[in-house]
Write a protein that binds this ligand. Structure first.
Ligand SMILES: Cc1ncc(C[n+]2csc(CCOP(=O)(O)OP(=O)(O)O)c2C)c(N)n1
Length: 319
């Protein structure tokens, strides 16, 4: 794996963009500014960034109800994503998609999805399409540990394996589906072990280590582009906040949350970047400031953007 310094700095910036965006969204939601539900990606930044750093612009991703991080990591702009959360006309989907349905086909983002496991067959279809067109594009499906118990997971992987489709299945195992601990709804310890049943590689990765995620994703992408078919990658990680913003944290212990926060992905990467002399502490600080400025501009953009007109409500509706 050859990763340039520049690429690692970009990965760091991308993780910070997600972190600051989500922190602010949490505050805005608490203030009652944002409509609808929001499910935050805080703590899982290394997964989206590690995987998307191994992709080309024209590759595809599908996302989950916890999708802001995937969208930003795939090249989404903070201002347009924030405007979408505000329900404004300048958002990625003219304010009609909101947090759980953000899509932008020009960036290969085939949509966040409020249906658990709903993005998995869509990515599989995108992989089939790429194979039929002979483009060498790959498709990534992000989903949770809960999503891996859905029929869509098993049907999709079975077909992708049978047809050698260029799809990478990325499970973000954060231990819980809403408030249900994974061990209550699954006997097999590692989701990656399910790959055996479909004769594809199943890889377990520390989901809080952005470089480890990148390495695993890069290998899966290369395999997919060579026409050798799909890979299942299980990233062990943790969501810092409750399932959705505003939900009481009643199902996990403070100790467990603290233990995972100590494995914080961004701080860990900062230590690596400075000890390996890829960047100085001052350089990282200036990146932090730039991201803060970008975020402030994004919030201002969203606040001052127009609402969609009433007569536009039924435009872009296809079903
Ligand atoms: C088909 C379906 N069943 C149930 C729900 C309700 N629901 C929303 S999120 C969620 C849990 C998802 O857990 P997981 O897939 O592990 O993702 P995470 O929230 O942990 O990122 C459930 C059950 C839904 N949206 N869709």
């Amino acid at each position: 794996m050859e990763l340039s310094h520049e690429k690692m700095i970009t990965m760091y910036r991308q993780m910070l963009r997600i972190r600051y965006f989500e922190d602010r969204v949490s505050k805005l939601f608490a203030e009652g500014v944002l409509p609808g539900f929001v499910h935050l990606y805080l703590g899982e930044e290394a997964v989206a960034v590690g995987v998307c750093s191994a992709l080309n612009d024209d590759d595809y991703i599908t996302s989950t109800h916890r999708g802001h991080g995937h969208i930003i990591a795939k090249g989404g702009k903070l201002d347009r994503a924030m405007a979408e959360l505000y329900g404004k006309k300048t958002g990625y989907n003219k304010g009609k998609g909101g947090s759980m349905h953000m899509a932008h086909t020009e960036l290969g983002i085939l949509g966040a999805n409020g249906i658990v496991g709903g993005g998995i067959p869509i990515a599989t279809g995108a992989g089939l399409s790429a194979k039929m067109r002979g483009t060498k594009q790959v498709a990534v499906a992000f989903f949770g540990d809960g999503g891996s118990n859905q029929g869509t997971f098993h049907e999709s992987i079975n077909l992708a394996s049978a047809f050698d489709l260029p799809v990478i299945y990325v499970c973000e195992n954060n231990l819980y589906g809403v408030g249900t601990r994974q061990s209550k709804v699954r006997k097999v310890e590692h989701i990656a072990d399910r790959a055996v049943g479909y004769a594809i590689p199943g890889v377990i990765v520390d989901g809080n280590d952005v470089l480890a995620v990148y390495r695993a994703a890069n290998e899966a992408v290369e395999r997919a582009r060579r026409g050798e078919g799909p890979t299942l990658i299980e990233c062990k990680t943790y969501r810092w906040h409750t399932h959705f913003e505003g939900e009481p944290d009643t199902y996990r212990t403070k100790e467990e949350v603290a233990e995972w926060k100590a494995k914080e992905p961004i701080g860990r990467f900062e230590v690596y970047l400075t000890t390996e002399k890829i960047a100085t502490a001052q350089e990282l600080e200036s990146i932090r400031r730039e991201v803060m400025d970008e975020l402030e501009a994004a919030v201002k953009f969203a606040e001052t953007s127009p609402e969609p007109e009433l007569h536009e409500a039924l435009e872009d509706v296809y079903a």
